[in-house]
Write a protein that binds this ligand. Sequence first.
Ligand code: UDP
Length: 341
Amino acid sequence: MHYLVTGGAGYIGSHTARHLLRPPGSRVTVVDSLVRGHRQAAERLQAADPGRGTFVQLDLRERPALADLMARVRPDAVLHFAAFTLVGESVSNPAMYWSCGVGGTSSLLEAMRAAGVPRLVFSSTAATYGAPERMPISEDTPQRPVNPYGASKLACEEIIRGEVEAARRERRDFSATMLRYFNVAGGSDDGLRGEDHAPETHLVPSALQAARGMRPALQLFGTDYPTPDGTCIRDYVHVEDLAAAHVDALHALRPGSCEAFNVGIGRGFSVREVLAECERAAGRPIPVEVAPRRDGDPPMLLSDPARIMSVLGWAPRHRTLGPMAESAWRWMQANPRGYAG
Ligand code: UDP
């Protein structure tokens, strides 16, 4: 099988690309603009198995170049990760999020259609649900995004669903699965891949940076939420488990199917609980500075993962924070400057 992975030099894409290369004989072409992705992540993939991983630097909105590549590679399936992913940034620069999300995804779908590529797994997000009051969030929870990041991902889902319906009507073979991620943390089991964002805004790497003295303190955004310890509750999934979910989704795609699945573990942890686990992994205290609430942060986001477990048979290997914090710490200790180091 040959897979084309957009955004394969980024955090989740690079972990998934490595999983896709595990079966002997499989091949992966990574496409990444390197605006946020890392050349070294693609190089590590190529080094893992020379000859089976290829890297192409390309923005998906370069339509003719993408169409050429798709026609040349003619992959069996596409896994589409390429996107900007920061909520705050999407609020201050909505056009960039809509252009990259909707522009990139529609360009990709056109190229897939022209080349007759029949399978797509799309990287979606719990942010498409917005801030629902009822927890846990199932796939039937109404999708009412509250920021441009979530809204543009929801628009991509709608375009993809429309493409599947059009293909069904025209009796073309095309199917897609959307995976709606909750919070993601951790690094690869082999220590070669991990989170490397600039600037880093996510909780686990930010806390570990504070533990290493790379930032003065972890800013704790809000201690007055209506939760047991006053801090926000999120559902964290290990990046290796999330990567495995993509492989499961790929194998379950059937002609004409269009499915969406939440990916979370179905357990919530507060920011303070995450910090305690990060301190344990780092073996040292983390300086914390209590700060006001961050705009747009709902008190609690918790997935109901029943559907992905029953339909795809996916089950997370890690159901606690420990392995996420430990693998993230190992990655950071080995790569304090990220991939550039
Ligand atoms: N958070 C925090 N300090 C930080 C980063 C995050 O207190 O420096 C909190 C944030 O308010 C949220 C949780 O940690 O409640 C997870 O945030 P993250 O940015 O990792 O993911 P998000 O939930 O935004 O996808």
